[in-house]
Design a protein around this ligand. Structure first.
Ligand code: NI
Length: 224
């Protein structure tokens, strides 16, 4: 399931991150690629260990923590510190699947990538092409500050940019609930409880029991 999460960053936050990024030193995007994806990838990235990446990434992690839809949909146990890329004219990323296990150089941080995320940092009007196309899902290209989440198990690509430049942050999430179908059921149940609770009040006995069912399912399925 692909999910769009609007307004993760405000326009001011997005502009501040974009300005800091554009002033930094960029390297070839293949620094984070596996062997197959290196053949398909043409873009630039900020070095993973740079101060600007740590600082901007920290702001994004804070913003994710304040976004209830992200937390409910991803049920994150770990989020890879966000990385940043840009695609200019003629650059793109052909079909690939993201690595299953991501390590962070120079640390013992590692994560199983259950979900992949792209946070768009400039507006669709700024460039042509640069769409994220994941197998079996419609192409996406979102306004600045909006996030797309999709299963890391899917073949996907970024179509070549033909005008302007596409600027984004990307990262991976290890979910407490590894199975995407189980995660989708929990999200559906969570949203239904919120909707019903808004109509009947959270102290309605049926809402209390349904909330218990949500937590008891999460208790069965969660791995921390
Ligand atoms: Ni990818």
């Amino acid at each position: 399931m692909m999910m769009q999460i609007p307004g993760v960053l405000t326009p001011d936050e997005t502009a501040a991150i974009r300005d800091a990024m554009l002033a930094a030193d960029w390297v070839d995007g293949n620094v984070t690629s596996g062997r197959q994806s290196a053949l398909a990838k043409r873009n630039r990235q900020l070095p993973e260990d740079s101060a600007v990446v740590r600082d901007m990434g920290g702001h994004i992690l804070d913003a994710l923590g304040r976004t209830p839809l992200f937390v409910a949909a991803a049920l994150p146990v770990k989020v890879f510190p966000p990385l940043f890329n840009r695609y200019g004219v003629g650059e793109g990323f052909g079909d690939h699947i993201d690595n299953a296990i991501r390590f962070r150089a120079g640390s013992d941080f590692r994560l199983r990538s259950d979900l992949s995320a792209t946070l768009f940092l400039n507006d669709p009007d700024d460039y042509d092409g640069g769409e994220l196309v994941a197998e079996g899902m419609p192409p996406v290209k979102l306004p600045a500050g909006h996030l797309v989440l999709y299963p890391a198990t899917t073949v996907h690509r970024v179509t070549p940019v033909t005008r302007g430049e596409r600027i984004a942050s990307f990262f991976w999430i290890q979910s407490m609930v590894r199975d995407g179908a189980a995660r989708a059921l929990l999200l559906d149940l969570d949203r239904s409880i919120q909707d019903l609770g808004a109509r009947t009040g959270q102290d309605d006995p049926a809402i209390v029991r349904l909330t218990g069912v949500y937590h008891n399912l999460l208790r069965r399925w969660a791995e921390l």
